[in-house]
Every structure is written in C-alpha cells, then in structure tokens.
Design a binder for this molecule. Structure first.
Ligand code: AQP
Length: 332
C-alpha cells in the first residue's frame, strides 16, 4: 500500500487545535489505508533554543498526545526522529544539493528568523526545510499529510527528489502533499487573518488541547466574530464565523450547510456556546488519554523503541542506496 510520512515538533508541550485538525487528524485516518510513518521531530526542535530537560519530557508528551489522538502502534510506525540517525545523514546530502538562494526563498524561515532577529537565527533554522526533505525521502513516501503552511516545503522536497534522481539515477519517490481543503489552515480565534500558531498567536487566540477544558470553552465563547449577524460560511467576508464553522464541522462530522441551516435566525452567541461544548467533549477525553500514556512511561518508551526499529530498517536501506549513488566508498 502507498506510504505516508509526517512529523510534528515536540517544542510547545501541548498540541494546538491547528496541529490537530490540520495534520494529526489526517494521520489517524491514513493509518487505515496507508503504510504510515509518523515521527516526533526533535532534531527540528533544536533549531530554536530548547531547555534539555523540557525537550526530553516534551518528546514523550508529543508521543503520548499522538497515541491519545488515535495513532495505533499496530497500524502505523511511530518514532522519535533522533532515534534514527539516517535523518541527519541524508540531510547532509540534501544540503549539498540545495542552492543557497533556493533555501533563502523559504517563507517559514523568513517569518521565524525575523521574529527572532535575523542575526540570532541559527544555520539549523535556515536548513530546517532540508532536514524535512530528508525525513520524507528516507521513507519513499508517496504522500505527506500536513497543513497549508507546509506546502512550500513539500514543493522543495519534490524538487530535490527529482534533482537527485536526475543527477544520480532513480532513487527517491517524488511525494505529493496531502492537504485537506477544509482544515488546511485553522485561524487564530482573536485574529482570523493569521493562522493559529504556537509562536504568533496570543494566548486567547490559541487553543491548546491540554489546557483546562473550562479555559478552552471560554476562549471559544470570546472568539472574534464578524460584523452582521448571519451564520454563513464566507471565508472572505466572514473569516471569524467561517473558521468556527470549519472547526465545528470537522469535530462533529456535520456538514457546513447543515450547520448553516441549524443556525438560521440564531445569533453568533448560540453557535459559540454550542461549539464550546463540542470542544469540551473533545478535549476532555483527549487530556485523560494523554495522561494515561504519560503515567506509563515504560510502555510509551517501548512503543517508541519498536517504532524506531521499524523506521530504521526502511531508512537504512534508502540511505545506503543514496550513499552508493553519490559515490561514497563502501566501508568494508
Ligand atoms: N493553524 C494551522 N492550521 C492547520 N494546520 C496547522 N499546522 C500548524 N498550524 C496549523 C500543521 O501542524 C503540523 C505540525 O506542525 P509543526 O510541528 O511544524 O508545528 P509548527 O508548524 O511549528 O506549529 P505552529 O504552531 O505553526 O508553529 P510556529 O508558531 O512555530 O509556526 C504541520 O503539518 C502543520 O502544517
């Protein structure tokens, strides 16, 4: 069956609603139909300064949240990126195939480095997308389930796979992005012109899945809405309401039109009250399940150890092909 690969950073502690709806939810669905590899990308996390003890505990926390969200280690391969050294090894080759100008055009680097102060940004942050290229190509992934903000990085992955194949002979599968229109970009609850994000959102605009459910309900109720009173999906003129409708629809399975019908003649307040309940019903068991995995670190670590072993078998095979193609002398 076709392969998927995707990753998530362990930096923030809690996943936010954008991470879940844009990416993780698709991961859960795709493990049923695809040979799925999912990774907690701790190598990516150190592109910004990290406290070592926090990084370690956040890496377990990320894995616990992925299992709580529904990843099943019998159905997918879940692993920690630094447990598979081939990621860094293939990244070096990809670094050497990427133009400096080409890497400079990555918009995520521009955003993140300008937030940090360009002089303080690390070279690791600059080459972040190229490590991501290696993550994907090592597993010969056909598809990469991500949010819209990652589209440019998947394009770079395709370009580098084609470049390598063209220069050295067929080696890598050229992957396609798997981006669902409805949830590709979840917006900040206080500023629906920007994406919900751990670094750019204000606390009131960001829903962290592990926050107190009551606090989450409050954030939904105080979400910024638009002028007018009508509850209608119109991303251009009613970005706030449209964002709430997308979230509501995805979490409940109700269609957008069905929701529009349900709220004919009702105000924004009714929609927000109902959505706050939907959200509480979602986050409450999610937090409990996450805690259960955290309470049993031995089981968690053994899931990750098995995942790393499965991942390494695939990654080592691809890396050895790449090494041979590039012309490295085999070690005897
Ligand atoms: N708002 C979003 N809507 C849809 N998808 C989103 N993703 C992130 N935000 C949204 C998707 O989540 C996955 C994991 O992302 P990551 O580990 O790379 O985290 P990130 O991109 O660093 O998350 P943030 O909050 O967006 O971080 P900053 O603030 O650093 O930019 C990815 O598939 C991503 O598309």
């Amino acid at each position: 069956s076709p392969r998927v690969l995707s990753g998530i950073q362990p930096t923030a502690g809690s996943f936010h609603l954008g991470n879940y709806l844009g990416a993780v939810r698709q991961w859960v669905a795709l493990q049923e139909t695809h040979d799925a590899f999912y990774t907690v990308v701790d190598l990516h996390a150190i592109t910004l300064p990290q406290d070592p003890a926090e990084l370690r505990s956040n890496t377990r926390l990320a894995a616990a949240q992925l299992l709580a969200a529904g990843l099943d280690p019998e159905r997918c391969t879940l692993f920690v990126q630094s447990h598979v050294p081939e990621h860094a090894q293939l990244a070096w080759i990809m670094n050497c195939l990427t133009g400096f100008g080409e890497a400079s055009r990555m918009t995520q680097f521009k955003d993140k480095s300008s937030r940090q102060g360009a002089d303080r940004a690390s070279v690791g942050l600059f080459t972040y997308p190229i490590l991501q290229v290696a993550d994907i190509l090592l597993y010969q992934a056909n598809e990469v389930p991500v949010g819209e903000d990652q589209r440019q990085h998947i394009e770079l992955t395709r370009d580098l796979a084609e470049r390598f194949n063209g220069r050295f002979g067929q080696t890598f599968t050229v992957p396609a992005p798997h981006i669902l229109k409805e949830t590709a970009k979840i917006y900040d609850l206080q500023d629906p012109s920007i994406k919900m994000s751990k670094s750019a959102s204000t606390p009131k605009g960001l829903i962290n899945l592990l926050d107190e459910p009551k606090a989450t309900a409050k954030k939904v109720k105080s979400a910024v809405t638009d002028t007018g009173t009508e509850i209608r999906y119109d991303a251009e003129n009613k970005p706030g309401i449209s964002n709430l409708l997308s979230i509501y629809s995805t979490l409940t399975g109700a269609g957008i039109e069905e929701l529009e019908q349900k709220y004919v003649g009702k105000g924004y307040g009714a929609l927000k009250t109902d959505l706050s309940e939907v959200m509480v019903d979602f986050v409450t068991p999610f937090r409990e399940r996450t805690q259960q995995y955290l309470d049993d670190p031995e089981t968690l670590d053994s899931i990750l150890a098995k995942g790393a072993e499965k991942a390494r078998a695939v990654a080592a095979e691809t890396l050895s092909q790449a090494y041979e193609k590039v012309g490295f002398l085999p070690a005897k």
